[in-house]
Ligand binder design. Structure first.
Ligand SMILES: Cc1cc2nc3c(=O)[nH]c(=O)nc-3n(C[C@H](O)[C@H](O)[C@H](O)COP(=O)(O)OP(=O)(O)OC[C@H]3O[C@@H](n4cnc5c(N)ncnc54)[C@H](O)[C@@H]3O)c2cc1C
Length: 303
């Protein structure tokens, strides 16, 4: 990032969402103009374990804007993927960002920000008012832009947006013994869905044997993966929970595996399995122009 074209934002709050995710609230000085779905690149000087002890350098990562463009403060939710101290086996030094940023950046600190400049950014069809009937598909890290969209729906009801959020996570809790919620924005989403008639949230808990009971028609829980019926047969998940396919716009956000089934094998080669994109086109007959994607990172194959 060239230091000259970067903006400078100040951290004014840091909110714990889950043990591995924090929402950083920024004051931007002059009002920051952006559209729902856009991301920014953060640059921060971080101390990380190097070859000969700690090394400090400027590290950058992309983060989706997780707040409404109509508000003054800007929020980014940052999930730690690589734990503190993780050493890249090839480089033999730490190459993560999120864990060090979360550990070292405090309220009052300033960070460098570079805005995204693409006109056809994620959700641009929603931002421009072309699409209003939305089924947003999120992996376990991918609901940030949906949070910004929900806040925008609250701020500007006249936009007349209707959203069904399909949100897939392996587990609701951190572990069987630690009942801390591990789904980012979980309670906030339930509260908003109960209040807003134009919002419904469908949680998939893919590896839990017990799922919560829903006491509200706009909050649903399901066991197992989207598009797979509990008996193993294909399921029309969009039709089942949204009610229709025609005219519905489908943004998908998360890892490569969630979006299109792409995973990287230990030898570095890529393997394509099935992701939400293929399920939407093959099972529901959704046309490609009704699908939008934002990939956070490439998944590694575990099996
Ligand atoms: C357009 C865009 C928007 C994004 N928006 C967001 C956002 O809003 N919020 C957010 O949290 N992230 C977002 N990301 C991802 C973000 O840029 C970082 O990659 C993420 O925060 C993880 O940072 P990290 O430093 O922990 O790992 P990174 O150094 O960025 O590495 C990520 C890679 O590490 C792999 N990995 C995960 N766990 C491990 C492990 N234990 N050991 C080894 N490798 C592992 C992952 O598979 C992935 O390929 C976005 C990315 C893009 C491209």
């Amino acid at each position: 990032m060239s230091e000259s074209d970067a903006l400078e934002w100040q951290v004014v709050d840091k909110i714990v969402e889950t043990p591995s995710t924090h929402t950083f609230v920024f004051s931007t000085g002059k009002k920051f103009d952006f559209a729902v779905g856009q991301f920014v690149t953060i640059g921060a000087h971080l101390k990380r374990p190097g070859l000969n002890g700690p090394e400090e350098s400027l590290v950058e990562r992309a983060y989706s804007l997780a707040s409404s463009p109509a508000r003054n403060l800007v929020e980014l939710s940052i999930k730690i993927e690589k734990p503190l101290g993780f050493v890249n086996p090839a480089l033999k030094k730490a190459d993560g960002f999120a864990a060090y940023f979360t550990e070292q950046i405090r309220i009052g600190d300033k960070v460098k920000i570079r805005p995204e400049k693409k006109r056809d950014h994620f959700l641009f069809k929603i931002a421009s008012g072309v699409e209003k009937d939305i089924a947003y598909w999120s992996g376990e890290n991918g609901a940030e832009s949906a949070r910004g969209l929900i806040q925008l729906m609250e701020d500007k009801p006249e936009l007349d947006i209707k959203l069904v959020l399909f949100y897939s996570n392996p587990h609701l809790y951190v572990s069987d013994t630690d009942k801390t919620i591990n789904v980012i924005y979980y309670n906030w989403l339930i509260e908003k869905a109960k209040k807003m008639e134009n919002l419904k949230v469908v949680f998939a808990l893919t590896r839990d044997s017990e799922i919560p009971f829903s006491d509200h028609p706009r909050v649903a829980f399901r066991k197992g993966r989207f598009f797979v019926d509990p008996d193993g047969s294909p399921e029309k998940t969009l039709t089942k929970y949204h009610g229709s396919v025609e005219g519905v716009f489908n943004p998908i956000c998360g890892s490569s595996g969630f979006i299109n089934g792409m995973v990287q094998k230990p030898d570095g080669s890529l393997e394509r399995r099935k992701g939400i994109t293929q399920y939407l086109t093959d099972i529901e007959g959704v046309r490609p122009e009704k699908i939008d994607r934002e990939q956070f990172y490439l998944d590694h194959a575990h099996t």
